[in-house]
Design a binder for this molecule. Structure first.
Ligand SMILES: [Mg+2]
Length: 330
């Protein structure tokens, strides 16, 4: 928990020198970033995955192994160098088993969500992320389309089960869903893993070269920000404001919806998130999971609204069951 005395330095930028494998790298962080965030920055310049990094720093000891520790809680000095020990993952077929996504989801109170989203420190983190992160468009944004942002793990794919062919772990109706959604929505995929894995997984599932729809962009863990809540400590989330800032002429809070199995990923934009039922145990559930088919109906039903952020996506199933007509003006 940040004390008021440390708040003065929380937004201050720090430039750290990290030694790894005989070379030195410079990373820019700030006091209210967590160790997890620092590791992502290091990953960006070294390609060593955060989970493979061990960090060493004079007189700090084990605090560096706790991802939730805030940098402002450590006696970091620009004059001292950090050492990282870790190996680049050459094998692209990494199962992100240790990714933070496997943690159970948790509910934050309504007030806490509002608090996190409105905090200046988090807005500032978002601004920095907008400056740092580049979104490569694979296909042009289309005027007049809404935006659908999709998580991968447990949303489109069961990354925890094993199979000889990854297609066995794909959520049923994925291509039908994307094809139908594409008529009204541009599609971006945002996963809390690294870009190599995102590209590999999407290519394996046939999402990147499908003739019936196109993916506008892929985003990875480096696009996320770390926020702090009073009750749940430090965690990462996916701020849609990053996309809105990059493509202001196309996307906004009014026309964007994100599907993710972890509600906390929406904390910076709670009105734009729909918590999807996780797709787990693919072998057992493959024959009866209808989530994407049902969500297709919802997406198409709300596509005609000017502002979909006014809806409460928690009740998406009632929306389609009761027919959109009655609720449209609610
Ligand atoms: Mg997920």
């Amino acid at each position: 928990m940040a004390s008021s005395s440390s708040s003065a330095i929380t937004t201050e930028e720090l430039t750290l020198t990290v030694k790894w494998s005989g070379k030195e790298y410079t990373v820019r962080v700030c006091g209210d970033d967590s160790i997890a965030e620092l590791k992502r920055r290091i990953s960006e310049v070294t390609n060593v995955l955060p989970k493979r990094q061990k960090l060493l720093y004079p007189k700090v000891g084990s605090k560096l192994s706790h991802d939730a520790t805030l940098l402002s809680q450590l006696p970091l000095k620009a004059s001292l160098k950090m050492t990282m020990i870790g190996t680049v993952e050459d094998d692209l077929l990494i199962d992100p088993v240790e990714s933070p996504e496997i943690l159970d989801d948790f509910e934050l109170g309504q007030e806490e969500v509002i608090d996190i989203k409105d905090k200046d420190v988090n807005k500032q983190k978002l601004r920095r992320r907008v400056e740092q992160y580049k979104i490569e468009t694979r296909n042009p944004c289309r005027k007049g389309k809404k935006l659908l942002v999709l998580d991968i793990d447990y949303t489109l794919f069961d990354h925890r089960s094993t199979a000889e062919n990854p297609l066995e772990l794909m959520r049923p109706y994925l291509h039908e869903f994307l094809t139908a959604a594409y008529a009204e929505y541009d599609i971006m995929i945002w996963s809390a893993t690294n870009m190599k894995w995102v590209e590999l997984k999407m290519a394996q599932l046939g999402v990147l070269d499908n003739t019936n729809y196109k993916i506008t962009a892929l985003l990875d863990h480096l696009a996320m920000i770390t926020v702090q809540s009073d009750t749940r400590g430090v965690f990462d989330c996916k701020p849609l404001g990053l996309i809105w800032a990059k493509f202001p002429e196309f996307y906004s809070s009014k026309n964007t919806i994100m599907f993710d199995d972890l509600r906390r990923n929406f904390v910076m934009n709670p009105q734009n998130g729909l918590t999807i039922r996780p797709f787990k145990k693919a072998h057992a559930n493959r024959s009866n999971d209808q989530e994407l088919m049902k969500l297709t109906q919802y997406l198409l039903a709300i596509a005609e609204l000017d502002d979909i952020s006014k809806l409460d996506h928690k009740h998406w199933e009632y929306y389609t069951e009761n027919g959109s007509k009655r609720r449209r003006h609610a």
